[in-house]
Ligand binder design. Sequence first.
Ligand code: RFL
Ligand code: PHB
Length: 420
Amino acid sequence: MITAVFAQRKDALVERAVGPFTVRMTADRARTQVAIIGAGPAGLLLSHLLEREGVESVVVETRSREYVEARIRAGILESSTVELLDAVGLGERLHREGFEHRGIYLQWPGERHHLDFVDLVGRGVTVYGQTQVTKDLGRARDAAGQEFRYEVEDTQLHDLTTEHPYVTFTTGEGRPARIDADVVVGCDGSFGPSRTSVPASAARTWERTYPYSWLGVLADVAPSTDELIYAWHPDGFALHSMRSSTVSRLYLQVPPETDVADWPDDRIWAALGQRLGQGQGGWRLTPGPISEKSVLPMRSFVLAPMQYGRLFLAGDAAHIVPPTGAKGLNLAVADVALLAPALGRLLTTKDETLAEAYSESALRRVWRCTHFSWWMTTMLHTSGDPFDAQLQRSQLEWVARSEAGATGLAENYAGLPIGY
Ligand code: RFL
Ligand code: PHB
């Protein structure tokens, strides 16, 4: 266990521009081995894995801890994510409260097919909210004495191409602060400063914006299904997911720029019922009170390499996938599972081999998941083009009727092994 995270802590003078003046202020200055930017799943899990490598870290986060832990996002864990969390002592509550699912339902009007991943590829998935993963990680890091800096502002990364990079920010109390490190890891999601600290000349990016969004709702009602339903419908895609035996998570394909105000609860339940096949074969969708409603845009994005000098990127900071394949959180976990031993080797034995291989190894899985997420998205969302609709229908029938088709979906959805 790390008891003293900061090898040194001292006050130093820094200069800050305040309007037209340059003001010299006392800065809170600290030193650690790895400065982690972002306390989402990637940053928290990385700090946990690094400790097991004997490497100390400080986590810097712009939001409050309460905000980070309440943010509703992913809900599906691949089997390799569960195995990793188990192996590092984070699986106890997950196994008690999470639901193990053998597969998913794939449907279109008039037909619902169950794909049994356990039969097809020998492993299923676990339904356990990202909020719960984040809370479990937070508790484990507290128990280990992890140093966090929450509610910081103006995070900036410096000297990344030297062996002495550092991070500056303003603390929640308004004091300038600086953390000197051997390595900086950007786990700050799609809008953080890490990605933009990589000069355009040092990286390449690929991007796809999809012409639809998801309207997501959280409802205080028991799920109307035992496993997730992915539904193709001429009105647009719908997904029935869940968080617990009393909370359902549901999504509707909506046009981009949709205003939630245009979707009162009755309209949402009517659209979900229609698209998910209300009444088909006697199936009923039970509506209930909606506690959260939001619109999320759908985007694919990859930045390569995931390293720039002593800056490494992990999770959404390096890549975004549309949520249809349930891959975002799992990719963030897979990145840090590769990165932690690489940094352990670099910082304890000065062996750079694994650190230099990190980006290429991580990107193999990133592109596999990028393709899978794109494929699920384009197969299930209606574009309005009748030719597209025929191709989607043919693809869905192939997946549902052919063992080869079903196995391909199952292998990707249930997840490839860590290190694929
Ligand atoms: P996060 O979770 O965005 O965390 C980044 C953290 O960095 C902080 N930050 C900063 N900190 C310091 N200084 C700054 N200047 C900073 N700027 C930002 C942020 O406040 C934040 O705390 O990224 P991370 O850790 O890489 O984790 C990625 C996952 O959160 C994301 O991929 C998934 O949630 C995606 N996703 C899903 N993934 C799945 O695997 N399965 C799913 O079922 C699934 N469903 C979803 C999803 C994402 C969704 N939304 C809203 C994006 C469903 C939704 C609705
Ligand atoms: C979720 O439960 O939030 C969820 C599940 C599956 C997805 C996306 C989101 O593909």
